[in-house]
Design a protein. Sequence first.
Length: 175
Amino acid sequence: MSEREQKRAEFHNEKKSSNKLIIPVVVVLIAVAGVAGWLLSGGTATSAPSGLTTVSPLQDGTVRFAASEFADGKARFFRYESQRGAIDFFVVRSNDGVIRAAFDSCDVCYKALKGYRQEGEEMVCNNCNMRFRTELVNEVKGGCNPAPLQRHQVGQEIVITARDIESGSRYFMIN
């Protein structure tokens, strides 16, 4: 084999071995970009805030919560899986001591499916940034106010019927 043929063979071998490295490097870069994107998106508000809890009705057709669960005044976000799809809502104890409930949506911004976040004593629309005092949740309806969800306090429990939750499906079934 001539010297020229040897160099040609070496060149082709080097090219093949460098091609073998390209695929693993690309896979690692894609994985790193995906993880970085996931971590960066953690700070943005979404329709499914961290701490979202999926709930199901009991045999009596109700969803029940211990009232003490809301004593700290922090909104808790829940997801109810209906036959038509997921329905999100939140429950919060306002500074006047009343435990309130609303769909994580409103009449105006519901198509954006962004819901609300809590900032102090206010619920803030993640789509338009309108602010609503927690003591008005479940009292004022329409516009960009959180859509009211019927709830009852029975002893030390907050009771919401599955029927009332399912009545809010229109806010989440976007075509």
